[in-house]
Design a protein around this ligand. Structure first.
Ligand SMILES: NC(=O)c1ccc[n+]([C@@H]2O[C@H](COP(=O)([O-])OP(=O)(O)OC[C@H]3O[C@@H](n4cnc5c(N)ncnc54)[C@H](OP(=O)(O)O)[C@@H]3O)[C@@H](O)[C@H]2O)c1
Length: 270
């Protein structure tokens, strides 16, 4: 009876993980959301679910007490253990009005400090605090696996090769997260705990239709394909999640600390 806790499940890839994992009645899914009041589509999904194997719990990953309370609640429901932690929640590129800027385009130095701090707090420190809160449960789980959601824009090598210099705060926060995973993997390797940084692909989670998503991603796809002609382009949430679940099942201790694509390729390549 594998158990999964996923952060940021109100929409996008996180909600996709809940849909896919809860389809197997043997799984128990802990769907963590920042705020019940903005998680309407998830709550509706859970209400109509045939297996009743999803528990929705509030967890704001930018708030340490909220994370600790969520881990405590999961522990009470699971008998103190968890198989897989999926650190999915993040402040995304478009969740901030200045998220798309390059390093020289901010209106003031203060806004750089403000924005970078916010991205770092949510996307780097958030998963760090979440991992710390859930390690005691993972230790008692069978699978002992944890992934964080990363991005090629957190790879200095890919950024340099592709020349995409926007999304600076987001990208730096994810690069920090990649290193946090390497450090955490080293710390817990002897105990058999596996921590991996996974790139989900370019996934169509922009609010709006499939066409609107294609339009948004088009200039970036063109730029990436100048350097990496075989770049796959935007994919559906379902495809990304299916591949990542398969990856999670294949991960071994030899993978711990790696930064990889959802098919297992090195993350420092496209
Ligand atoms: N989509 C892509 O192409 C892509 C590519 C590379 C990496 N990723 C990574 O994959 C993950 C999921 O991406 P996505 O596109 O599905 O994102 P998304 O559609 O923007 O959804 C982000 C999720 O994170 C939640 N969240 C934001 N701040 C939070 C906080 N402080 N506490 C708890 N939850 C919070 C949001 O909750 P609310 O609804 O309450 O705001 C939402 O559920 C992210 O880590 C992202 O960086 C995505």
């Amino acid at each position: 009876m594998p158990s999964y806790a996923i952060t940021g499940t109100s929409r996008g890839i996180g909600f996709g993980f809940v849909r896919a994992l809860s389809a197997d009645a043997n799984n128990t899914v802990f769907a963590l959301v920042r705020d019940f009041s903005t998680a309407g589509q998830l709550l509706d999904f859970v209400k109509g679910h045939p297996h009743k194997n999803i528990h929705v719990i509030e967890a704001d990953i930018a708030d340490i007490n909220s994370i600790k309370d969520a881990a405590q609640r999961v522990s009470e429901l699971s008998g103190g253990k968890l198989d897989v932690l999926i650190n999915n929640a993040a402040l995304n590129l478009l969740d901030h009005e200045r998220g798309h800027l390059t390093i020289d385009a901010f209106p003031s130095e203060e806004t750089i400090d403000e924005d970078f701090t916010l991205y770092f707090k949510t996307n780097t420190l958030g998963p760090i605090h979440t991992m710390n809160a859930f390690v005691p449960l993972l230790r008692r789980g069978e699978m002992k696996k944890c992934i964080v959601m990363s991005t090629t824009s957190g790879s200095p090598k890919v950024v340099l090769q592709s020349g995409i210099s926007q999304f600076i705060g987001y990208s730096i926060s994810k690069a920090g997260l990649n290193l946090a995973i390497a450090k955490t993997a080293g710390r817990f390797k002897d105990e058999g705990l596996i921590f991996v940084s996974v790139i989900p692909g370019m996934v169509k989670t922009i609010p709006g239709s499939d066409e609107e998503n294609e339009k948004f991603f088009k200039p970036f796809v063109a730029k990436i394909r100048e350097v990496y002609p075989h770049f796959e382009g935007p994919i559906t949430i379902e495809r990304s999640v299916e591949d990542m679940i398969s990856l999670i099942n294949r991960l071994t201790i030899a993978d711990s600390g790696k930064f990889i694509h959802r098919d297992g390729r090195d993350g420092d390549s496209e």
